[in-house]
Design a protein around this ligand. Structure first.
Ligand code: MSP
Length: 505
């Protein structure tokens, strides 16, 4: 398998994390974990974007230097992937000295390659977006994203010749999986076809940022600094080892539609200008909505994912993120939805299945499972295509479809219990072989399902394998029927998802 490199946007540290940030981080983690299960060499990067004007403003409000403020708040951001049980290989901060140095080298390459010139920018700037705006971007004079009037700025800046990359960019879009989903690719393409404007890669009159190497009175525009993190991290994440040759350009960037233009248009052009390959793929997902509005700090309806984890545990939150909204689409989120999935799907469909299966092996067979597979049976047939189906969906970033595919098997296993009624079989000694076969299918099916679920709900997958007394290996080849050997000492499992009283308000 080819190496796999997945990234989240690096998040602004002007406020604390919310469920929207957790959403992208969880999605990237599911992809990274699945790739590792399938034997790929994977690298998963996340981190924070510190040199934003809005960060400097918040710091000033708090009477701190931007760096002191960033150092303080970086702690909760670094904690986010940890609390989400995300398996990121590195956490980048754009104030890392190695990143700063790399950005300077990158900008110098653009300059040396003749893609930079000096000019005056006079126009609008939205600090919320950290973006230069035109009248056409505004609704009633306001940035629709932040419901705020942009500021007028006039600065002598360094410009990147974006317009000269039009043809090369359009060529990239001939690859029909360069940007996914397709409707996002169309959005980006029509933006390019609408005519590209050169953009400023520097800001004058600011001190918070990375100095422009050939003009140290200016600092890098925050996007010209932040985007470069995707390459710079590879250069210094492992001291003494350059990971760029291994992982670039095999990168999959995950992002939401708010920053499509920067990632799908500016970033490939910057890379080409600096002499790097453009990214392999970009996946643009929708917004997680709460009460039909984007969850964001400025709109004041933030749900702290850490609170949800305290109540439900991390796996239910991960499960809900992948399942509640079809990944790629916008979708409404509600805490009641988490609670309902916790009880019905995790508690009943999966948790009870494990409880019943282990209890029956304990009661009817003294905890010993005989190896009695039915290679032509319905469970074998349900499980056989699972590994390739799930892998194929995940290769298209269809986190929701892949999970639904696994859940189909969970439902089939539950139906098997109802159809075969092992408690009836147990009453008749002449049906002992039948009972053995049913118990085998349930244990083996749950084992295969646990391995398939390991990227989504890693702790639960481990717990299922442990309760079934099965080897802990989660290699993808284990998503197959009939691998369970005779097993001893299976005991009734403790509930995976204990009942909780009431939804949190
Ligand atoms: N710092 C820039 C990104 C630089 S990347 C080189 C930035 N930061 S951000 O903190 O605003 O993060 C935006 C990203 O957070 C979105 O693109 C998305 O990945 C995630 N999300 C934030 N709110 C979200 C939702 N409500 N729903 C889904 N994703 C959300 O932009």
């Amino acid at each position: 398998m080819e190496p796999f490199y997945v990234t989240t946007p690096i998040y602004y540290v002007n406020s604390t994390p919310h469920i929207g940030h957790a959403y992208t981080t969880i999605a990237a983690d599911i992809l990274a974990r699945n790739q590792r299960q399938r034997g790929a060499k994977a690298f998963f990067l996340t981190g924070v974007d510190e040199h934003a004007a809005k960060v400097a403003r918040v710091a000033a409000e708090q009477g701190l230097s931007p760096q002191a403020y960033a150092d303080q708040i970086a702690v909760v951001w670094r904690d986010l992937p940890e609390r989400l049980n995300a398996s990121n290989d590195f956490f980048i901060r754009t104030s890392d000295p190695e990143h700063k140095q790399f950005v300077q080298g990158f900008l110098q390459r653009l300059f040396d390659n003749g893609h930079i010139y000096q000019d005056v920018y006079s126009g609008l700037y939205c600090v919320g977006c950290e973006a230069f705006k035109t009248e056409a971007d505004l609704v009633d004079g306001k940035c629709p994203e932040h419901d705020r009037e942009p500021e007028w700025i006039e600065e002598r800046n360094w410009f990147f010749r974006l317009a000269s990359f039009e043809q090369e960019l359009l060529q990239l879009y001939e690859r029909d999986d360069f940007v996914l989903p397709g409707f996002r690719a169309n959005e980006a393409r029509s933006f390019i076809e609408g005519g590209l404007q050169d953009f400023s890669i520097s800001r004058a009159g600011q001190t918070w940022g990375i100095p422009i190497p050939w003009d140290t009175d200016s600092v890098a525009y925050v996007w010209a600094d932040a985007l470069v993190n995707y390459v710079s991290a590879l250069a210094y994440a492992r001291p003494g080892q350059d990971l760029i040759p291994t992982f670039w350009p095999q990168v999959r960037h995950l992002l939401a539609k708010d920053i499509l233009r920067f990632h799908c248009v500016y970033w490939p052009a910057l890379l080409l200008g600096a002499g790097y390959e453009p990214p392999r793929q970009l996946f643009v997902h929708g917004y997680l909505l709460l009460d039909d509005r984007k969850i964001s700090k400025s709109l004041g309806n933030v749900v702290d994912p850490l609170d949800l984890i305290d109540v439900y545990g991390v796996d239910p939150v991960r499960f809900w993120c992948a399942r509640a909204v079809s990944f790629g689409q916008d979708g409404a989120a509600s805490i009641l939805g988490i609670h309902e999935r916790y009880e019905r799907e995790l508690g009943n469909d999966l948790g009870n299945l494990l409880s019943r299966t282990t209890a029956m092996v304990a009661r009817y067979r003294g905890g010993t499972l005989r190896a009695s597979p039915s290679p032509d049976g319905s469970i074998a047939n349900a499980i056989r295509p699972l590994a390739s189906d799930v892998a194929a969906s995940l290769d298209e970033f269809d986190l929701t479809g892949a999970l639904e595919r696994i859940w189909e098997v969970v439902r089939i296993l539950n139906r098997e219990v109802e159809i075969t009624a092992p408690w009836q079989l147990a009453k008749d000694p002449l049906l002992a072989d039948d009972l053995d076969r049913v118990l085998y299918d349930l244990v083996d099916g749950l084992r295969a399902v646990a391995v398939a679920l390991a990227a989504y709900i890693p702790t639960t997958a481990d717990a299922i394998l442990a309760a079934l007394r099965q080897p802990t290996g989660i290699e993808w080849a284990n998503v197959a029927y009939g691998l369970t050997a005779e097993t001893h000492a299976i005991e009734p499992a403790t509930p995976l998802f204990p009942r909780l009283d009431a939804p949190v308000e």
